[in-house]
Design a protein around this ligand. Structure first.
Ligand code: F6P
Length: 258
């Protein structure tokens, strides 16, 4: 019996037509669109990350420093990277944001280094300490090093999240939730929460990469899939610099064009 494998092969494919329309509307470095909705098919998220890992590899040089954010999307990246360059260095973009350990940037950089035979650094900076302790921590040489490396890194990889979903996943206090609701926060990237106009309405007090640093990077690889993130991505594009390379699925792409 002949088995027709075609439907499986075409299950996930790029939507270059949508990407082309988006590139006319948004001035970003590049945009990639994968068919489907990541909220309904986990293969879509994998495909987004696989595509991103391919583009990331094409941008790596020996000795490249990469700032890495946390989250379940970033946690998949190591699966698709190979040891093709020397002396890569992966560093956490920011300190603790209240995520589960497997989703923390610290865990993700160690897996990325392992996959590429590169190096990584850890950032031990909890997210719920007083301002005074945070200032003291910034003077620690190990912490200083990460702050400096985040200034010097040429590439950044990060996910984009829905504001209230991220807040509840990170068990933030009820007063922060009310603040996010009152200020109409819709999206979040590495600890910065923003409204639909791209105004930052809240930021987690921690150490590391700042939104203002992004414009100095060679490329920023931002990945998000799923209907639940469409407002977050739309809002993020109001503040994302032009050196951003965006990887999204069809459901978000259609929303951005609408
Ligand atoms: O915590 C880092 C981060 O990349 C956030 O910027 C983003 O909101 C979140 O992860 C996305 O998480 P996930 O990939 O699990 O949806």
């Amino acid at each position: 019996t002949l088995i027709n494998v075609e439907p499986f092969l075409t299950l996930i494919e790029n939507r270059d037509d949508l990407a082309l329309q988006l590139k006319e509307k948004y001035s970003l470095k590049d945009i990639f669109v994968v068919r489907g909705d990541a909220d309904h098919n986990s293969l879509v998220k994998e495909e987004l990350v696989r595509l991103m890992a391919g583009e990331l590899t094409a941008n790596l040089l020996n000795g490249t420093i990469v700032s890495v954010a946390g989250g379940s999307t970033m946690a998949l990246v190591s699966k698709f990277l190979k040891p093709k360059h020397d002396n890569l260095l992966f560093i956490p973009a920011r300190g603790g944001l209240g995520e589960d350990v497997a989703l923390q940037a610290n865990s993700i950089v160690s897996r990325l280094a392992e996959a590429t035979s590169g190096e990584h650094r850890m950032l031990y900076a909890p997210d719920s300490i007083s301002k005074a302790s945070l200032e003291l921590l910034k003077e620690e040489p190990m912490v200083r090093e990460i702050i400096d490396l985040n200034k010097r890194s040429s590439l950044v990889i990060h996910g984009i999240g829905d504001a209230l979903q991220m807040a509840s996943r990170r068990n933030v206090t009820p007063d922060v939730i009310s603040k996010l609701e009152n200020d109409n926060a819709v999206g979040e990237v590495f600890g910065f929460y923003f409204d639909a106009d791209g105004n930052v309405v809240h930021k987690v007090d921690t150490i590391g990469l700042q939104l203002a640093d992004l414009k100095n990077k060679d490329s920023i690889f931002a990945v998000a899939g799923g209907d639940g993130k469409k407002e977050a991505v739309k809002a993020y594009l109001k503040l994302a610099p032009e050196n951003t390379i965006l990887f999204i699925d069809e459901v978000i792409a259609e929303h951005l064009l609408g």
